[in-house]
Ligand binder design. Structure first.
Ligand SMILES: [Zn+2]
Length: 419
């Protein structure tokens, strides 16, 4: 554990923590804050701690108090891991050299989501404009070391869920908090500006069929069962709809079902195998099992290496896996659930990602970095899985209230003191 290592390290001159920022553990709603606080207690008040975050983090007051500086990725899909680490190391070096005394000023909006989920793919979306405002604030005032935007991880039922702005200033000054408040206001005003249009499963598949023919696949992404957002990865609604009205040559990636994957491996390549595929974890959220016979086309140990642009070089694993086929649709069945965001995840099964007319995947936005350059079109849908954006259909017990979008806008504004 990091704090055990910190305790054993002896004299420490500076700490750089690479955290996600939205970790919830059993018995601890703010695992990142708890970790940073534990490190702070070991190193004492005078050793600088710089924290990198994923912008889909729910930044707690405890984390902001424990850190001297916070900087999150500025892109989504996240393709600036290296730049973020370099930026953090630069701040840490300056602090260790005594050049600056960084201090975090945290501002949190009364929203569960915002900044268009920090999507930087739309050239004029709220995330890019928010980042531009942040860069302008840094450029205008040498005392502003870093302005970090977080859109939050909306599916965590914790008090501190939602968008935040961390302004790291050189020392403490009310002007730093004012900059955070300014960006929180921007976040509130842009709350309905969502650059990804959501469809039902039927709408998405109909829209995919209506895309004019041409090179590259139409990519249909399922927000509702995205493993990167907490989805179980075994929801069947999209695959069921595809099987009922097949597009020959289409690919479905993927269903996490260890029993089915093992059955396919036991049957072997070329065999027909009767399966109860997927839908076992939460059938009410995204559909129950598909009872059908599939042909085994290929087997894989499920290991892949990201080719990028999202985390190039990083190893990944599906676990023992199989490529199945039914009604002309190729279906990847894996042992573990994974976001589909890299073309290598298809290639290890012998699939050329540019060839299928339609590829359905389980992912929210991260796939766009690799798939947008090859896709004829990208269409998002909701299968009803647990990573749904329809937050009002879930039960919330710990989120601070009032909060948007659970409560009326006017109530939230009044409580936030903005009117
Ligand atoms: Zn993220």
């Amino acid at each position: 554990m990091p704090w055990c290592k910190a305790r054993a390290a002896g004299k420490i001159d500076g700490v750089l923590l690479g955290l996600h920022g939205a970790c919830v553990a059993v018995g601890e709603d703010d695992a990142d804050g708890a970790l940073a606080q534990a490190v702070r207690e070991i190193v004492g008040p005078n050793v600088p701690i710089v924290v990198t975050l994923d912008p889909h983090s729910n930044v707690s007051d405890r984390l902001a108090a424990a850190a001297n500086a916070i900087t999150a990725y500025r892109t989504h899909p996240h393709v600036d891991h290296f730049e973020t680490a370099s930026r953090a190391a630069g701040i840490l070096k300056r602090a260790m050299d005594g050049e600056i005394k960084p201090q975090v000023h945290l501002a949190r909006s009364w929203q569960m989501r915002g900044f268009d989920s920090t999507r930087t793919t739309p050239p004029d979306g709220p995330a890019r404009r928010g980042q531009a405002l942040a860069r302008a604030m840094e450029a205008a005032d040498p005392g502003v070391i870093e302005v970090s935007l977080q859109s939050g991880f909306v599916l965590a039922d914790v008090w501190h869920v939602g968008p935040s702005v961390a302004v790291t200033g050189n020392g403490a000054d009310p002007r730093f908090a004012a900059l955070g408040a300014q960006l929180v206001r921007f976040c509130w005003e842009e709350r309905n500006n969502d650059t990804v249009k959501m469809h039902t499963v039927a709408e998405a598949l109909a829209a995919a069929r209506a895309v004019p023919p041409g090179p590259g696949p139409v990519v249909v992404s399922d927000f509702g069962d995205a493993p990167g957002g907490g989805g179980y990865g075994d929801a069947t609604a999209v695959l069921r709809a595809m099987l009922e009205n097949p597009v020959p040559g289409a690919v479905f990636a993927s269903i996490a079902d260890p029993v089915a994957a093992e059955a396919a491996r036991a049957a072997g390549v070329g065999a027909d195998v009767a399966l109860s595929l997927g839908g076992h974890v939460a059938p009410a959220h995204g559909g129950g099992p598909i009872e059908a016979v599939f042909r085994v086309l290929a087997l894989s140990d499920g290991r892949f290496t990201h080719e990028g642009p999202y985390t190039p070089g990083q190893m990944g694993q599906f676990g023992p896996s199989a490529l199945l086929e039914r009604h002309g649709i190729q279906v990847i069945v894996t042992t573990w659930q994974r976001n589909i965001l890299d073309l290598q995840q298809l290639r290890i099964f012998g699939i050329n990602p540019t060839a299928p007319p339609l590829i359905a995947i389980k992912c929210m936005d991260a796939f766009r970095a690799a798939f947008a350059p090859i896709a004829r079109a990208a269409i998002a849908c909701e299968s009803g899985g647990v990573s749904s954006r329809v937050h009002t259909s879930l039960t919330w017990t710990k989120v601070r209230r009032p909060v948007w979008p659970l409560d009326p806008d006017a109530v939230v504004e009044a409580a936030a003191g903005r009117v």
